[in-house]
Each structure stands twice: as structure tokens, then as C-alpha cells.
Design a binder for this molecule. Structure first.
Ligand SMILES: [Mg+2]
Length: 455
């Protein structure tokens, strides 16, 4: 008995002190027979919100389903074209399934289908194994996820600061401001502040910094503050801006570079970003439109071309890929903030992922703080979802830990149809190399066989 009790203390659920040891296999949840689980369908709807939220459901032959979200302001078709490649597959083979569809992904909104599928597969796997989604990709290192607030700009620095004060009153502890150079053009009394490219002159930069100063006065000198959306800057413009911001100790300047020089995506131009970040103490950040580690974030990280990366889980590749990206960032000494402008589905996919990150994590965005029904889109979680600037990571519900609030979503559909059948996506619509045949040929008797027909 003593031996048995000691074993129970050491190994927990593998042994029961009163009944003697049981095999590990008996403790696995077999309720949904994982080995015979198959994907049967994928359907979608689209919520009309601050940006549209395309939502998907992946169905299985055993009633378990998974939820996913395509990148905000995208469309559900980028996920539905993957349906024919997934139907019939075991959803628990997450890496194999994702490897197969990776060829249909790219940066920006083109990463949305892959990312939505990843979320839905982790939701299914969590439900099948009865664990929260974070458990599938790592340990929970954060119980609460810090949220940062995006804030709309105003041409009057005092009014802008007042908007930020309201964010502070909501309990948020990390702030971001949009700082468009073009905001100065709304102030007719100002002259000589923008050049012919719409970029601030030195005089204009002085006025732009007044907005940061006004907001600093409201939130305090030590409170994290980031800035974004500066305008059509090239490398030299970016350096001038970043150096002008140095006295204000920003947490980061985001997507400074808007002019692609070596390829079509400025955010992949690590050489340009390294030139910028080497020239300033203002932390430089990019990445909300980058898909994947390889071919995406890796070179920025390996060359330490930025101080902060900013994946959006609805583009970067979902839970598994974003965890890989964040782990690589940690190795390279680069911090990780998370962009997010979607629904709570993608939000919680992000919170589960961030929970497994280390100290490289800074904060995750919420772009819907002024949308009263954002959190009503889902059920099953404590409300408010964001409390005093943080979201609690679910640990008592399987998968992503939430369900859709059908009634609220149906009130806010962009177009008619709520997870309607999608037979028009049953055929393979996108593909790499596919073997064809049968094809016209002579058979072994020399007889011509024209097999190219729909007989
Ligand atoms: Mg941004």
C-alpha cells in the first residue's frame, strides 16, 4: 500500500492508490476514437464588423468540430479552397495537414486560409484530447495576456490625448497611436510641413512629435506607447522619423518602411530594416502581414534587423507556426508583439499561443475596443473578456475554449448564409502538380485507346 501511495504521489493520474497500477493507455480519452476521426466538411460565414471577420467551421465524422478565422478584412474563400485537400484526412495529424496546404499560402490576406485551418484543427484536437489549445503547443507561461489598445487619431493633439485618456480609463496599460504624416494637412494654418511625397519635413516632424508629447502627458512617461501608420516613408525618411521619436521612448515604431526596394513586400526587406534599426534607439517593428517562419520572419530575425516582430495569428500561420516564429525570435533576442484586428475566435487562438511564449512577449492588440458586441460574438468564457487590460487564458475548457453565439452573429452577417453547405468547393480548385490520366495511348494489342473522355 505504501508503495502504491508513493507511486500515486509521483505519477498522479497513471496510478490509483486503491486499485493498483493501470496502464497509461487506459487513461487516454477515447471518447471520440481519434484514430478513425475524419474531416467531412468545411463551411463559413462572414461577420460585418470594424473589419469583416470571415469565420470557418471544420466538421468531422464524429460530431466534433473546430472553429477558425480568416484574417480580418479578408474573405472565407481563401480557406474554403482548401476544403477538397482536407476532407477525408484525420484532423489530428495537424502538421501533415498543414504541410499539405502550405503551398496555398502567402503573405498578407493570402495567409488567412492556412491560419484559419490551423486554428480549427487545434480546436478539434483540444476537444478530442480534452485539453486547452495551448497545451497542444507548449506550456502555459502566462496566465493573463496583456492587451494593447489601438486608438484612432485626431488632428488636434489635445483631442487625441483625450481619446487616449478614455483608453486609460478602460483599464488598459499599453497603448498605441496612429501617427499619420497626413494628419498635418488637416491643419490649414501649418505650411511647409510635408514635402511633395507627403512625408514630413523637419518642421513637420516637430509638429508630429507634439502628438506624442500630448499623449505622453496623459499616460505618463513610463507607460508603454507604440506608434504606427506614418505614411509613404523610404529608408532615409524612416531613420529621420525614428531619430525624432527617440526622446519619447516609444515601445516601437511600426511598419516605418512603406517603399519596397528589393522585393514587392517592404516588410521582408531585412537589409533595409537593419539599416533603419542600426541608426536609431527607437525600437523598430514589422510583421503584421508576414506569413510563416521560413520565407517570412526568419531573415528579419536571423539578422536582428528589427527589435520587435508583430505577427497576426490570422496571417502568420495560426498557433503552431506562430509558436515556431516566437521561439525563433526568442533565440535571436527579438521581442514579440501580436497584431490583431479580428473576432474573439482569432483572438483566443492568439491568447492560447501567447500563453506558451516566454519573456519575449510584449502585448497583443485589440482593435475593437469601441465595438460593444465584440465579446458577445462568443459564449463559454468569463465576461468581460478584457478586464483591466488583460485577458485570462482559459485552462478549464478544451480547444480554443469558446462557442459561437449564433444569434448575435446572425444579426451581423455581411451577406446571407450561416455555415451553409459548400458543395461548390468539393472539387479541387487550387493545386500544385497533379498526376492526370488515363490518357490516349496504344494498348498491348496495338489498339488505339482514346481515354480522354467522360465515359
Ligand atoms: Mg499596423
Amino acid at each position: 500500500m505504501l508503495r502504491s501511495a508513493a507511486a500515486a504521489a509521483m505519477f498522479g493520474p497513471l496510478f490509483k492508490a486503491t486499485e493498483g497500477p493501470v496502464s497509461a493507455q487506459q487513461t487516454v480519452n477515447r471518447n471520440s476514437a481519434p484514430s478513425t476521426l475524419k474531416i467531412t466538411d468545411m463551411r463559413a460565414c462572414r461577420v460585418a464588423a470594424n473589419y469583416d471577420y470571415p469565420l470557418i467551421k471544420i466538421y468531422t465524422n464524429q460530431g466534433v468540430y473546430g472553429l477558425g478565422e480568416v484574417r480580418d478584412a479578408g474573405v472565407e474563400g481563401i480557406a474554403l479552397i482548401l476544403k477538397a485537400h482536407l476532407v477525408g484526412k484525420n484532423p489530428l495529424n495537424i502538421e501533415q495537414n498543414l504541410r499539405m496546404i502550405r503551398q496555398f499560402s502567402n503573405h498578407g490576406r493570402m495567409g488567412g486560409g492556412f491560419s484559419a485551418v490551423d486554428m480549427a484543427l487545434h480546436d478539434i484536437a483540444g476537444k478530442v484530447y480534452n485539453v486547452p489549445a495551448w497545451r497542444l503547443i507548449g506550456n502555459k507561461n502566462h496566465d493573463r495576456i496583456r492587451i494593447y489598445a489601438d486608438t484612432t487619431s485626431h488632428w488636434d493633439p489635445k483631442m487625441y490625448a483625450e481619446r487616449m485618456r478614455k483608453r486609460k480609463e478602460m483599464g488598459l496599460t499599453f497603448f498605441k497611436m496612429d501617427l499619420q504624416s497626413s494628419i498635418l494637412s488637416e491643419r490649414k494654418e501649418l505650411t511647409g510641413v510635408l514635402n511633395e511625397r507627403g512625408v514630413c519635413t523637419e518642421k513637420g516632424l516637430g509638429y508630429l512629435c507634439e502628438y506624442i508629447a500630448a499623449i505622453r502627458d496623459v499616460i505618463g512617461p513610463g507607460t508603454p506607447l507604440a506608434a504606427d501608420h506614418f505614411g509613404p516613408l523610404n529608408v532615409n525618411d524612416s531613420i529621420r522619423y525614428a531619430k525624432a521619436f527617440e526622446p519619447y521612448q516609444l515601445s516601437w515604431a511600426e511598419d516605418l518602411l512603406q517603399i519596397g526596394e528589393r522585393n514587392q513586400y517592404p516588410y521582408l526587406n531585412w537589409q533595409a530594416y537593419k539599416t533603419i534599426s542600426d541608426a536609431t534607439t527607437t525600437p523598430v517593428n514589422t510583421g503584421e502581414d508576414i506569413f510563416g517562419l521560413e520565407g517570412g520572419f526568419k531573415e528579419l530575425l536571423d539578422h536582428r534587423a528589427v527589435d520587435v516582430i508583430h505577427p497576426d495569428i490570422e496571417t502568420s500561420g495560426g498557433l503552431l507556426e506562430t509558436k515556431r516564429i516566437a521561439d525563433h525570435a526568442e533565440l535571436c533576442g527579438v521581442r514579440v508583439a501580436m497584431h490583431h484586428a479580428g473576432s474573439p475566435i482569432g483572438g483566443f487562438a492568439g491568447y492560447h499561443t501567447v500563453a506558451t511564449m516566454g519573456n519575449q512577449f510584449l502585448a497583443m492588440e485589440n482593435h475593437a475596443l469601441d465595438m460593444p458586441w465584440w465579446q458577445d460574438l462568443v459564449t463559454g468564457l468569463p465576461k468581460p473578456i478584457i478586464e483591466k487590460g488583460y485577458v485570462k487564458v482559459p485552462d478549464d475548457r478544451p480547444g480554443l475554449g469558446l462557442e459561437l453565439n449564433d444569434a448575435v452573429i446572425k444579426e451581423h452577417l455581411r451577406r446571407p448564409g450561416y455555415f451553409e453547405p459548400t458543395p461548390h468547393f468539393d472539387d479541387v480548385l487550387v493545386s500544385g502538380f497533379r498526376t492526370g490520366g488515363p490518357w490516349p495511348h496504344y494498348d498491348e494489342n496495338g489498339k488505339w485507346c482514346n481515354c480522354v473522355s467522360y465515359e
